[in-house]
Write a protein that binds this ligand. Structure first.
Ligand SMILES: Nc1ncnc2c1ncn2[C@@H]1O[C@H](COP(=O)(O)OP(=O)(O)OP(=O)(O)O)[C@@H](O)[C@H]1O
Ligand SMILES: [Mg+2]
Length: 466
């Protein structure tokens, strides 16, 4: 059964306590905040289904929280409670995107009923949307994210060459998307229903690679106990993608040349010739022409494979694409890890834009995954970046103020609590004593700071929903 998480924002402590109690009794898991700043900190740490806020708070109007709430969570429901209901105010609130409006004193059961009903409706809509987006095509043709001219050109090239059987050579540094492009060519071609077979020539010894590509017959070498089909045969009717072709030995290069020219080969230890209908795509991050000059790559093979050449641009040459790439992969990573959707803080995004990216898009994907796993909140910060990005820059004074005192103080507070818990092997009573606070306060702080291990699993079921 589904649960719902509510953030209740109310500065009148008695009113806050009694409304929180009502919500908890009705089965909603409820966090409370007494000011706009506290509310913002809660929203940065947890994912809520709904916010219920008083209109007049000590540091502003409750409605001011709405843009931040929607920024971290576009689907969040936003309810306003006020003791001073007036029609113009209500209309103003609705126009700003408020979900519903409750006049104080409210009727307890009406509040709960309307809340449950709206949450249930919104969930239904969200499920529909997710299903639709699963069915709708990828927003970026060929799965290649980016709008840089070089990527747009690459997309056009993929489209125009996909259906020919010509050999394609993809050049590019490691992690720039060579495999992605090879797959895209296959997927766009009339061979897409046939196999796509990939092999990394760099990770096998010469003899193993030869047998892997062309197969072998039993007894052809020590350990070859039975006949085995190679990748070329497996790829018949489809596409074979030979990655790191620059590492192939001279003997293998000769054999490859023959397949490319005649589409036929003999398995290792056999004289039987196999004919295949295979489209060959090759990739390398080495300078093959330079290798030809030095005699380490066969000139005849080079000219044979250099029919259609595609270049993958390094990420540092298309930094304006960083935001789209990062958001695309962040969404996927959070889905894969079954985590609430995370967003990038503006400072972190700026750091991503300033970095050189020697490992290209693969490095970006790894950096994001690491940040999602390590971060406690839903906003990824500079401090979630690995050491290569250097020390976290000093946050300018004005930025500190915009983050709010409470949020700025959260990091050292979290560190101290973690240290105390570590010191006492996770025993909360002892950690609280060490910190000079009682156990309940420690528990509340841990909850607010996202330090409870199964924070999201302890909710009471929501009544009347699903
Ligand atoms: N244009 C792009 N849009 C979205 N994701 C991309 C793009 N380019 C690369 N990636 C992602 O970057 C990662 C690395 O891509 P890929 O494996 O295709 O690179 P590669 O050039 O083949 O790397 P290697 O040289 O190590 O084989 C993958 O997760 C891939 O999805
Ligand atoms: Mg690759």
């Amino acid at each position: 059964m589904k649960t719902a998480d509510i953030l209740l924002i109310e500065d009148d402590l008695n009113q806050c306590e009694s409304t929180a109690c009502l919500l908890e009794q009705a089965g909603f898991s409820t966090d409370t905040a007494h000011s706009c700043q506290q509310a913002q900190a809660c929203l940065d740490q947890h994912q809520y289904d709904a916010v219920i806020t008083d209109l007049n708070l000590p540091d502003g109007e409750g409605i001011q929280i709405l843009p931040h709430a929607r920024q971290v969570q576009p689907e969040i429901l936003f309810f306003v409670l006020t003791g001073d209901p007036s029609i113009p105010q209500a209309v103003k609130a609705m126009r700003k995107g408020v979900t519903d409006y409750f006049a104080k004193p409210f009727d307890d059961s009406e509040l709960i009923d309307r809340l449950s009903h709206t949450i249930a409706q919104s969930r239904q809509k969200r499920t529909l949307k997710t299903t639709e987006s699963r069915l709708s095509p990828h927003p970026y043709p060929n799965g290649l994210v980016g709008n840089a001219p070089s990527i747009q050109q690459l997309r056009r090239d993929i489209e125009s060459i996909a259906d020919s059987r010509s050999t394609v050579l993809i050049l590019g540094e490691s992690g720039t998307g060579k495999t992605l492009t090879a797959r895209a060519i296959h997927e766009q071609s009339s061979r897409r229903h046939g196999p796509f077979v990939e092999i990394d020539c760099g990770c096998l010894s010469d003899s193993l690679l030869e047998s892997e590509l062309f197969g072998h017959v039993a007894g052809s070498f020590t350990g070859a106990n039975q006949n085995r089909s190679g990748k070329f045969l497996l790829a018949d009717g489809g596409t074979i993608f030979l990655d790191e072709i620059g590492t192939a030995s001279n003997q293998l290069q000769r054999k490859l040349l023959r397949v490319l020219q005649e589409r036929q080969f003999e398995p290792v230890g056999s004289s039987k010739t196999h004919k295949v209908d295979v489209r060959v795509i090759l990739a390398t991050n080495q300078d093959l022409l330079e290798m030809v000059k030095h005699g380490t790559f066969r000139a005849d093979l080079y000219y044979r494979i250099n029919v259609i050449t595609l270049r993958q641009p390094p990420l540092r040459e298309r930094l304006p694409d960083i935001q789209n790439l990062a958001n695309f992969h962040l969404h996927r990573i959070c889905q894969d890890l079954e985590r609430p959707h995370c967003i990038l803080s503006p400072e972190l995004l700026e750091r991503l834009r300033q970095y050189e990216w020697p490992g290209n898009v693969r490095e970006l994907v790894n950096v994001l995954e690491r940040a999602v796993v390590l971060s406690r909140g839903r906003i990824l910060h500079e401090s979630d970046l690995p050491a290569e990005f250097g020390p976290v820059g000093d946050v300018p004074h004005a930025d500190l103020i915009s983050h709010g005192l409470r949020q700025v103080l959260m990091a050292p507070e979290r560190d101290l609590i973690e240290q105390a818990l570590r010191k006492h092997q996770g025993k909360r009573q002892a950690a609280a004593r060490e910190l000079g606070i009682d156990r309940t306060t420690l528990y509340k702080k841990m909850k607010r700071l996202g330090l409870l291990p199964s924070n999201r699993d302890t909710h009471v079921p929501l009544p009347n929903i699903d």
